[in-house]
Design a protein around this ligand. Sequence first.
Ligand code: ADP
Ligand code: ADP
Ligand code: MG
Length: 536
Amino acid sequence: GCGICVKKCPFQALDIINLPEELDQPTHRYGQNGFVLYGLPIPVEGKVTGLLGPNGIGKSTSVKILSGSLVPNLGRTDAPVAWKEVLDLYQGTELFDYLLVLSQKNVKVAVKPQYIDQIPKVFSGSVRDLLATTDERGKLDYYIDRLALTAVIDRPITTLSGGELQRVALAACFARDADFYFFDEITPYLDVYQRMAAANLIRELALERPVVIVEHDLAILDMLADTVHIAYGEPAVFGVITHPKGVRVGINQYLEGFLPEENVRFRTYAVTFDARAHAADSDREVLLEFPAMTKRFPQFSLTVDGGEIRSGEVLGVLGANGIGKSTFAQLLAGVLEPDTGAMDTRVRISYKPQYLKGDTEATVEELLRQTTTKFDTSYYQHEILEPLSLAQLLQAPVNTLSGGELQRVAIAICLSRDADLYILDEPSAHLDVEQRVKISRMIRKHAEGRAASTLVIDHDIYVIDMISDRILVFEGEPGINGKAAGPFSMAPGMNRFLEALGITFRRDKSGRPRINKPGSFLDREQMAAGEYYYTE
Ligand code: ADP
Ligand code: ADP
Ligand code: MG
């Protein structure tokens, strides 16, 4: 609660010492008792402005307002509110000029929407057909090349993978000739290499036009944005957008859970990164050995040298898209048969696939009860439902869940089963930073508590860092061939993966790893020393 508010905190949800002035005047409210938003981010010439906050806190709503698709109602839902009133309110603020041209429809914006899965539902032509309509600056070919879309240019939109669709949506936004650009999440479905490519293109664009981005991958947001607005509050109830902060300071305040300028504590614990690589823990006993295996598809072949997984260990898996990670997971899980080699069928596997269906009308609770007999125990309450914030979702039909909600249910189901090996394919997809931290802790705790092992495939470097004891690195040529190398302990594994990408990380004062500027002194020094992620 917020018993120490100077003014009365309207929501009793946070420790707010001085009520921020933004809370005097709502920007927008959905319906009479609906979600209410305070404040807005400000696009700035020559800068990438980031927006960082949990799911359901009003980030997409702010993008909709600033891109002109939603006229703010100042919290009044009884009668329409005229633009003039909105402008009067913002008179004398940094946003006034922007809102003035927006209200006059004198500004052109380009938006990369959050939910790209909608695109194939409204567009049935080829990638080329779709992108041709967006080529307003004569730079489309450049973006097709930089986003590596040449190979899919004649494919129907409806046949694209998530990562391909995301890059098409990015290219469509980049190619437009707009005064302002908005990107509502750039990394979903992309591998680290593609995330870097998209981030570099956004930095380039920002030299010419103001850019606003929403992003949950903190390593990418950090290298991409100049400033960040933090969005805090109570998801689905209210959200407050802070004034902009320098990106390093802003992200660290976010991890800390405390905003000094606003005097707001919005989380009771801080998120920290261990400065040292995890101990090798080589005294753990070997739980299972996976055999050398091969698997060939018409276009792609995978080779796996055998390896061992230790009891209680979390093995992180890194590698490009299309390099065979999911195929490997399916071979282990027995979903696919290898061409050579064979998994020991006595090993019990619990597997969360990358793409989740969620097409049942059953409720979340019904589904969970089908997978565990422990549903009513306090263990289940504290170790599964609580960290995944599933209590409030239990009665919801599974086919009504958002991507992030479905992901959390799928993680719960995977960890609920009795198994020797738990396999989670991209558990961070669609989750916000808080949820990523929570699932990382939860998966670690779950692994440590039992004689079982866990394999986690993910593209968020911070998640892999937090979650893993050792790392498996997939190498090869995406879409053509892939080979699993390792398992390695953390430092050699990160080095191997990041060396191939040409990225090094340094630590800031708080201990958080940050991507070095390519070619900078530290970048060159660390590459020479072979210290790509963990430094002495
Ligand atoms: P974020 O992008 O931070 O995840 P959103 O801006 O999409 O959050 O949503 C903030 C809140 O507003 C959520 O609780 C969402 O359910 C609600 N909301 C979003 N759009 C609408 C709408 N059109 N009508 C009613 N409520 C909405
Ligand atoms: P990753 O998980 O690393 O992104 P995948 O294992 O999903 O990669 O895919 C590796 C390659 O194998 C891709 O080129 C993909 O198109 C191809 N592939 C995956 N499953 C099949 C399948 N069932 N039939 C044919 N090709 C497949
Ligand atoms: Mg959103």
